[in-house]
Design a binder for this molecule. Structure first.
Ligand code: FES
Ligand SMILES: [Fe+2]
Length: 415
C-alpha cells in the first residue's frame, strides 16, 4: 500500500521528534567526525568569487519566488540578483516562464515594475509589446523595419530570450543562462520529497525586504547554518527560545536540513510521544543549494511561518544582499494574522541586522586583514557549514585550499 502524504508527513515529524528527544535525554547532538579548517581566501579571493557568481548564480538553478507570488496568468516578478535582468511570469496556460528582461528592439529594460500583472509587456522606449509567453505582439510602424533584402527585420525578433524556469513543490526556480539546460529534479534529488512536506504551494507572501551586508555572501550564509552561536551572539534574542547545543542534521546531496531544538521541546523528553506536539518537529532551516535558506518556525511556541533568505553576492567578495520574505503557511487568515506575520518579519530582520550581520561585516574585515594562509575552523557541531563549503567548492571546480591539518571527510555521528 502506498503511503499517503499525511502519513509520510506524520512519520517524518515523528522520526525527527524521536531524534530530538533522544538528544535531549542523552545530552547529545548530531556532529561531524572532526572539525574542519577552511582557508580564509575562500571568503575573500576575487577569483573564487567570480567563479561562484558565474557557476552558482548563472549556471545553477536558484529560487526566484514561491509559486503563489505569480499565481494568476500574467502575474510577474522581475529578478535581477543573479546579475542578469530576468522577468518571471505565469503564462495563460499556467506555465511559469522566465525571459531576459530586455527589449529586442534596442535593449531597453522591458518590465520596469518589480511585480504586477500584465496582459502584454510594452516597452516604454518605443512601445514594442510582447505577450506574456514572450512572443512579439505588436511593433509601432512595423512596416519601417524592412531589411536591405526587402524582408522584415522583425522576423529575427519574434520572441523574448528565454531562460530555463521550472516549478517544483511550490517554488519557482530559474537558471540565468539563456539556452542552458536545467534539470531541476536532478538538482533537487532526494531533497525534493522533503521540500514537498512543507506544502509551500499553499504559502502566502506577507512581507519582504532586503538586508544588505558588507561581508562575503558565504560568511552571511554560514550564520544560518549553526545554532552554536545562539547562546553568545543571540543571548537576549534567540537563546531564551532555542538550545544552542543540539543540532539535528540531514544532508540531501548539497542541500540540507538543520533543526534547532526549542525550549518547549525539552518537556517532550518526560512525556509519551502522543503528547509531544510533533507538528513542530519538522522546522528549522532548509538549505536549498546554493544560496537559499528557508526557515520554518518562529521564536513563538506554536507559531509557524516560512521565511526565505536568498543570498546574492555583489560584484566584489565583500558585498552581499539578502532578500528576506515571510510567508503565512496555508495563507493569511485575517488582518490580525497578517499583522502578526508582519511583526515576525520585523523581529527576525532586527536580529539579523543588529547581530548576525554586524558580526558578519566585522568578521569579513578581519579575514581580509589576516596573513595569507590563515584559516577559520568549523567545529563538529557546525557540520552543515562543513558540508556547504565542500559542496560549493566542488560545484565551481575549485578545491578548498590545503590547510595545515588535513581535513577528515565529512561523516555525521551522533554523540
Ligand atoms: S527598445 Fe524597446 S521598443 Fe525600442
Ligand atoms: Fe544568527
Amino acid at each position: 500500500m502506498t503511503e499517503t502524504f499525511a502519513e509520510r508527513l506524520h512519520q517524518t515529524r515523528l522520526g525527527l521528534g524521536r531524534r530530538i528527544v533522544e538528544h535531549i535525554r542523552r545530552g547529545t547532538s548530531d556532529l561531524a567526525l572532526a572539525a574542519m579548517r577552511n582557508d580564509v581566501s575562500v571568503y575573500i579571493d576575487p577569483v573564487r568569487h567570480a567563479a561562484e557568481r558565474q557557476v552558482l548564480f548563472r549556471e545553477t538553478p536558484v529560487v526566484a519566488c514561491l509559486s503563489n507570488e505569480i499565481k494568476e496568468p500574467g502575474q510577474f516578478r522581475t529578478f535581477d540578483e543573479t546579475g542578469v535582468p530576468i522577468v518571471v511570469v505565469r503564462g495563460r496556460d499556467g506555465e511559469a516562464r522566465a525571459f531576459l528582461n530586455v527589449c529586442l528592439h534596442r535593449g531597453a529594460r522591458l518590465v520596469r515594475d518589480t511585480e504586477g500583472k500584465a496582459n502584454l509587456f510594452t516597452c516604454w522606449f518605443h512601445g514594442w509589446s510582447y505577450a506574456v509567453d514572450g512572443k512579439l505582439a505588436a511593433v509601432p510602424e512595423a512596416e519601417r523595419f524592412t531589411d536591405s533584402d526587402g524582408a522584415s527585420a522583425l522576423t529575427q525578433s519574434g520572441h523574448l530570450i528565454a531562460v530555463p524556469a521550472a516549478e517544483r513543490y511550490g517554488l519557482v526556480f530559474v537558471q540565468a543562462t539563456p539556452g542552458s539546460t536545467m534539470d531541476i529534479d536532478a538538482h533537487l534529488g532526494d531533497f525534493g520529497p522533503q521540500l514537498e512536506l512543507l506544502e509551500l504551494g499553499k504559502a502566502e507572501r506577507v512581507k519582504d525586504g532586503v538586508l544588505p551586508v558588507a561581508s562575503n555572501w558565504k560568511y552571511a550564509l554560514d550564520t544560518y547554518g549553526e545554532g552554536y552561536h545562539f547562546a553568545a551572539l543571540h543571548k537576549q534574542t534567540l537563546a531564551p527560545y532555542f538550545r544552542n547545543d543540539i543540532t539535528v542534521y540531514d544532508s540531501f546531496g548539497p542541500h540540507h536540513r538543520v533543526l534547532f531544538v526549542s525550549r518547549d521541546m525539552e518537556s517532550w523528553a518526560d512525556r509519551p510521544e502522543a503528547q509531544w506536539g510533533v507538528d513542530d518537529a519538522l522546522g528549522g532551516i532548509h538549505y536549498i543549494f546554493p544560496n537559499t535558506i528557508l526557515f520554518a518556525g518562529s521564536v513563538s511556541p506554536g507559531k509557524r511561518y516560512y521565511t526565505t533568505f536568498r543570498h546574492f553576492p555583489g560584484e566584489t567578495p565583500g558585498k552581499t544582499k539578502t532578500y528576506k520574505t515571510i510567508y503565512a503557511p496555508g495563507g493569511v487568515k485575517n488582518d490580525e494574522h497578517r499583522k502578526e506575520v508582519e511583526d515576525a518579519w520585523d523581529a527576525t530582520a532586527h536580529v539579523v541586522r543588529t547581530e548576525d550581520y554586524v558580526v558578519s561585516a566585522e568578521g569579513y574585515r578581519n579575514l581580509v586583514a589576516l596573513p595569507a594562509g590563515s584559516s577559520v575552523v568549523y567545529g563538529r557541531q557546525e557540520l552543515s557549514l562543513q558540508n556547504v563549503h565542500r559542496a560549493l567548492a566542488a560545484a565551481i571546480g575549485m578545491p578548498l585550499p590545503p590547510v595545515a591539518v588535513a581535513n577528515a571527510p565529512l561523516r555525521e555521528a551522533a554523540e
